[in-house]
Ligand binder design. Structure first.
Ligand code: IPM
Length: 360
């Protein structure tokens, strides 16, 4: 298969982790005789520094013409501390999601047996957690009208959803549930928010089309608690943009590190694959950022194109690196010298030679 992949390393530790995912994809291309072409583009704070624009026209063109986008990370603490900044790195990512129509963000949360003791939660509580979060990605409060009064003393962000925006992701979430444990949890705040009541109404109306799927309805505050107390009760979680952002970051506590959580952002025409973590500015360029979320995002890219054997090999490589403690310091108490690059190299070697890769 021939794929043109736009690579947007972005900010902070983004370039380091993305380089490992590219390395892994190159090894897969070699092993399975695919042609993957990689073209880099600027985004985020890095793009602002070089062009003044967090999403340069060239980057958008590159992504629009690519088969897939591999995204690193975005953000810079200097902007986080300046509420007056008009141009912000995040506008790059949000603009890209919106322009490419990437309305469904899929975030798997799978607890690795070997890493159960890395979580601050109890082992027996989190064992066998396997959740798929379907987060709506191009609507809601992120994209509603934003206002700031002239005197700067009043501000608002509108949370708006249209029926079609809920229906299209809800169908996908129902179908995903059908291929898993046939459980769907809609997370909203329907006791307070009108937009949440629309979500609930639409999901209730669609449910009869999926009679084999059991639907639970949870308020976000309750879901945030249940996710920690008993994550195993969840199969597919469907939720709107901001609740999905918060819940998925919370879910990283279950797996032991946010550096493990990958995602796929899918639209009608385009697809982007990105770790759920941010730029990790303070850990950048130290060789300590965990590349596994980026590498697993690459596996999701492969699956998106039906390259399941290829993705399975990447996942096996990740499993093996975890089993052998070839992991960065966020997960590793056994070895303290395993760098971002070393993890990528290990998984690359595994793909080149699955039977022989061991710690050396
Ligand atoms: C994420 C991130 C982004 C979001 C930020 C960087 C805009 O937190 O992908 O989860 O809020 O969607």
């Amino acid at each position: 298969m021939k794929l043109n992949i736009a690579v947007l390393p972005g900010d902070g530790a983004g370039p380091e982790v993305t380089a490992q995912a590219v390395k892994v994809l190159k090894a897969i291309a070699m092993e399975f005789n695919h042609v993957f072409n990689f073209t880099e583009g600027l985004i985020g704070a890095t793009a602002i520094n070089q062009t003044g624009n967090p999403l340069p026209e060239e980057t958008l063109d590159l992504c629009e013409n690519a088969d897939a986008v591999l995204f690193g990370a975005i953000g810079n603490t200097s902007y986080d501390l300046d509420p007056n900044a008009k141009i912000r790195p995040e506008q790059g990512l949000l603009g890209l999601r919106k322009s490419l129509g990437l309305y469904t963000n899929i975030r798997p949360v799978i607890a690795y047996e070997e890493l159960l003791n890395k979580s601050s939660l109890k082992k027996k509580q989190i064992k066998d957690t396997n959740i798929l979060i379907y987060r709506e990605l191009t609507g809601g409060i992120y994209f509603g009208e934003k206002l700031l009064s002239d005197d700067g003393n009043k501000a608002s962000d509108i949370c708006e959803y249209n029926r079609f925006e809920i229906e299209r992701i809800a169908h996908l979430a129902f179908k995903a549930a059908q291929s898993r444990k046939r459980k769907l949890a809609l997370v909203d705040k329907a006791n307070v928010l009108e937009s949440s009541r629309l979500w609930r109404r639409v999901v209730q109306e669609l449910a009869p089309q999926y009679p084999d799927v059991t639907v639970d309805y949870l308020f976000i505050d309750n879901a945030a608690m249940e996710l920690i107390i008993n994550p195993r009760q969840f199969d597919v979680i469907l939720t709107e943009n901001m609740f999905g952002d918060i819940l998925s970051e919370e879910a990283s506590v279950i797996v032991g590190s946010i550096g493990l959580l990958a995602s796929a952002s899918i639209g009608e025409k385009h697809a982007m694959f990105e770790p759920i973590h941010g730029a990790y500015t303070k850990g950048a360029n130290k060789g300590i950022a965990n590349p596994i979320a980026s590498i697993l995002s690459a596996a999701m890219l492969l699956e998106h194109f039906g390259l399941d054997d290829e993705a399975a090999l990447v996942r096996e490589g990740v499993d093996k690196s975890i089993k052998l403690h070839i992991t960065t310091p966020d997960l590793n108490t056994k070895y303290d010298h395993i760098t971002t690059t070393k993890v990528g190299d290990f998984i690359e070697d595994f793909i080149n030679n699955p039977d022989e890769t061991n710690l050396n």
